[in-house]
Design a protein around this ligand. Structure first.
Ligand code: FMN
Length: 367
């Protein structure tokens, strides 16, 4: 007999963010926006998830500039007037369907492949030009480039608010631009943007402060963080809770509202000597609401799909147990919602026999 999932369907409120349930659609890049402009299919994709009761939809990564932020083709931006017009239609469609949605603001930083970008001669941006520890590929960002990047993130946060979305999330995880500043293996700077935790968090803090000034006190700002890096799932930015506190406290001070703590399997403890996961520790150390994520409702983690492995529907009991203990406040679901827009209502109505497998084919989901 499975546990009741009622806890997932209790409302959530934090400041201006009011959600009908605790299920968040995880940000998932889809590359279906030719020219960076989200079209009618993108609108339909998000509307369907809103119509099927996802509590909060976080968009795929959206670029805050069209030059250095992107290597991946057909990723949307929030800079060009046509792209903004497309996002406005998305926000209106989701709101009409009774949903809430935020944009995830994503600068690929050292993981932008210049050769695949529209500007192959322009080097990629990152704290120290280091993509993988020990190997410098580009010059460190100049002071002027850092200032530009901060301004672009803040302008993107303001645009997100003006286009009618419920919140904005900065992508500070998975080795991309902001994360390249956090990790001491990719941030080798000796100026105010590097060094100790205060220095390494300063880039993110300045983005948050500058955004807060533009969006005002009430517009919810989220940040996604991860211990893991793309080239190594086992490394950790913070080795212990004391380091984690030094990482998070400046972000709270700068004005972040909610932390989105990315891990591949939500049940894995962040550190030894405690069962708490990354989102659990983050909530405990900051007192701020947190979102967890990682293989919810599926038998394999998200990287499995790329090697062709099929993930089967899996029990939610362990998730329910953690949420009943209030270890974290919200749970993000990625692939299950990519392949099945009705996943939330199926869970709510106990239609477990109707749940779908996740296969690589789902990565091509258009609607
Ligand atoms: C196709 C795909 C695209 C993704 N794109 C992003 C992204 O743009 N931004 C991000 O923060 N995470 C991205 N992720 C990671 C997901 O947000 C999520 O953390 C991961 O899939 C684990 O959740 P799941 O096990 O429920 O799928 C992506 C994952 C997938 C499968």
């Amino acid at each position: 007999m499975s546990r009741s999932t009622d806890i997932l369907f209790t409302p959530f409120a934090h400041g201006a963010l009011q959600l009908k349930n605790r299920i968040v659609m995880a940000p998932m890049t889809r590359s279906f926006s030719p020219g960076g402009v989200p079209g009618a299919d993108v609108e339909a994709y998000y509307r369907r998830r809103a119509e099927n009761d996802v509590g909060l939809i976080l968009s795929e990564g959206v670029a805050p500039n069209t030059v250095t932020a992107l290597g991946t083709p057909h990723v949307p931006n929030i800079v060009a007037p046509e792209a903004k017009a497309g996002w406005k239609k998305v926000s209106e469609a989701v709101r009409k369907a009774g949903g809430a949605m935020g944009l995830q603001l994503w600068h690929e930083g050292p993981y932008r492949n210049p050769a695949k970008s529209a500007f192959p001669d322009i080097p990629s941006w990152s704290a120290s030009g280091v993509k993988v520890p020990g190997k410098q590929l580009w010059e460190p960002m100049t002071e002027a480039e850092i200032e530009t990047a901060i301004e672009e993130f803040a302008a993107a946060a303001l645009a997100t608010k003006e286009l009618g979305f419920a919140c904005a999330e900065f992508h500070g995880a998975h080795s991309y631009l902001i994360d390249s500043f956090f990790w001491d293996q990719t941030n080798l700077r000796t100026d105010k943007w590097g060094g100790d935790w205060k220095g390494r968090t300063e880039f993110a803090c300045e983005i948050i402060r500058r955004s807060r000034k533009l969006v005002g006190p009430d517009f919810p700002l989220l940040i996604r963080l991860s211990q893991w890096k793309q080239q190594d799932f086992n490394v950790r930015t913070a080795e212990n809770p004391a380091e984690l506190e030094k990482w998070l406290a400046p972000l709270v001070e700068a004005g972040i509202d909610i932390f989105h703590c990315s891990q591949r399997r939500f049940w894995e403890p962040a550190f030894d000597d405690s069962d708490l996961n990354f989102a659990g520790w983050t909530k405990k150390l900051t007192g701020k609401p947190s979102i967890s994520v990682g293989s919810v409702g599926l038998s394999g983690e998200f990287t499995a799909a790329y090697s062709g492995e099929v993930s089967k529907p899996a029990s939610l009991d362990a998730l329910v147990e953690r949420m009943e203990k209030r270890e974290f406040d919200l749970i993000a679901v990625g692939r299950a919602l990519l392949s099945d827009p009705e996943w939330v209502v199926k869970i709510r109505d106990g239609r477990t026999a109707d749940l779908k497998d996740f296969t690589k084919d789902a990565l091509a989901t258009l609607y």
